[in-house]
Ligand binder design. Structure first.
Ligand SMILES: [Mg+2]
Length: 418
């Protein structure tokens, strides 16, 4: 038996956690560069503010209804997500972190899943302050559906257990409410008379496989209570690391772009080190807006292969500048740059070259990076950084409405009383 535990309106709930006056107030969170709405509190949903809507299109509603608007604060969300998972792990070690705010738990062996689910929900709320909904079912697909029902109907108190005979419940769910069935697929199913989850459950699975795919066939079986998807407890090794961001304005000056690319390379190197990884290959990409007039439309990328796998920021920045020089064309209004690292390997198992690259002392480099990471962890990101990453940073992403990093920066720690 599976449970899906999902934080309600995760980003909005995180923002609310340290600002109790936001309780009962409509809150929305914006995407990078403050472009679109990517999370809404229940109150914001009730106002009819659509998900994914560009913020300028709903400006009037936001102002009229005094909606509180936040830039996304991934340091805060990531940290709170980790707290929720650590609470869930006290209930069972058989857990799959499915996304930043969703985890599957294997409840096999528990005699009273309802009581257990309520306990999970109450404990997460008490210990982290975040409201979750719990859905339970014989398969992951049924648990997902149960969770959706738990969230939709406040009378259920945040927990829904799919009954042993789920037909009545599934008869009231449209196919697009089912995990993995998107709107387009739902429309195709609809055309052959499959409109509800119950219709899909009762469809001929072989026909579904032939007409659609083995993935949809699997969904049919899962709806029937036959588990086809196991708990994935090991995190698959990361294949690549990408740091790519749009600029807040069009940028032409080489120094500015160099600073941006160096900043992204530093971020990517930090991510590498945090996972104990090193990279063999870097790719730098640069482009103008795909909507700009033809003479200004430009996109290019250049790669660099390191002589020996590395996670040293100094090497990253050097390589990034080397690549950038190859693809930068003067005079163009650039919109976005990115750094991609691949061919990653475990730093402890790096294949050393017979002749170490000149100027590289792996021990010294590792000690320096350790010191840099330590200082930045204790004193906040970018306390020490490389000069080439720039001082003014007028190109940096717009995040005008970001809340403090309450849980990851000493300076942002919430003060009580005093
Ligand atoms: Mg959620």
């Amino acid at each position: 038996m599976f449970a899906l535990v999902d934080v309600n309106n995760f980003y909005a709930s995180c923002e609310r956690l340290f600002e109790p006056r936001l309780e009962g107030v409509a809150v929305v969170v914006l995407s990078n560069n403050d472009g679109c709405i990517i999370a809404r509190s229940q109150e914001a949903k009730d106002l009819g503010i659509p998900m994914g809507e560009p913020v300028h299109k709903v400006k009037d509603v936001l102002r009229r209804e005094r909606v509180r608007v936040y830039s996304s604060n991934y340091a805060l969300y990531g940290d709170l997500s980790g707290r929720v998972v650590s609470v869930l792990k006290r209930f069972t070690p058989y857990l799959e972190v499915y996304s930043i705010d969703e985890s599957f738990l294997d409840l096999g062996g528990f005699t009273d899943p309802a009581a257990h689910s309520h306990d999970i929900k109450d404990t997460v709320l008490r210990w982290t302050g975040l409201p979750v909904s719990v859905g339970v079912g014989a398969t992951k697909t049924l648990a997902k559906a149960a969770n959706r029902i738990a969230k939709k109907d406040p009378a259920l108190g945040g927990v829904f257990i799919m009954p042993d005979d789920p037909d009545e419940v599934l008869g009231n769910l449209n196919t697009d409410a089912i995990w993995g069935i998107g709107r387009r697929l739902a429309a195709r199913l609809d055309r052959i008379g499959i409109t509800t989850a119950l219709d899909l459950k009762n469809a001929d699975s072989k026909f579904i496989r032939a007409r659609f795919s083995v993935v949809v066939e699997r969904t049919v079986l899962e709806l029937r209570g036959t588990p086809c998807l196991a708990l994935e407890m090991t995190v698959p090794a990361q294949k690549g690391i990408m740091v790519s961001r749009g600029f807040s304005r069009r940028v032409t000056d080489y120094r500015d772009i160099e600073a941006a690319v160096a900043t992204y390379a530093s971020r990517a190197a930090e991510k590498l080190r945090r996972q104990g990884l090193s990279t063999n290959k870097m790719t730098i990409s640069l482009r103008t807006s795909p909507f700009s007039p033809a003479p200004e439309r430009y996109a290019n990328a250049a790669g660099f292969v390191f002589p020996e796998a590395t996670s040293d920021t100094t090497h990253m920045i050097k390589a990034a500048r080397h690549c950038l020089k190859k693809i930068y064309k003067p005079g163009l209004p650039y919109q976005k740059a990115g750094v991609f690292l691949d061919a990653l390997e475990d730093t402890r198992r790096i294949q050393r070259g017979l002749f170490p690259p000149p100027g590289v002392d792996p021990d010294k480099s590792r000690a320096l990076m350790k010191a840099v990471d330590r200082i930045n962890a204790d004193w906040g990101r970018n306390t020490v950084r490389f000069a080439v990453t720039g001082m003014q940073r007028s190109w940096a992403m717009k995040q005008n409405r970001k809340s403090p990093c309450y849980t990851t920066r000493w300076q942002d720690l919430k003060q009580v009383g005093g």
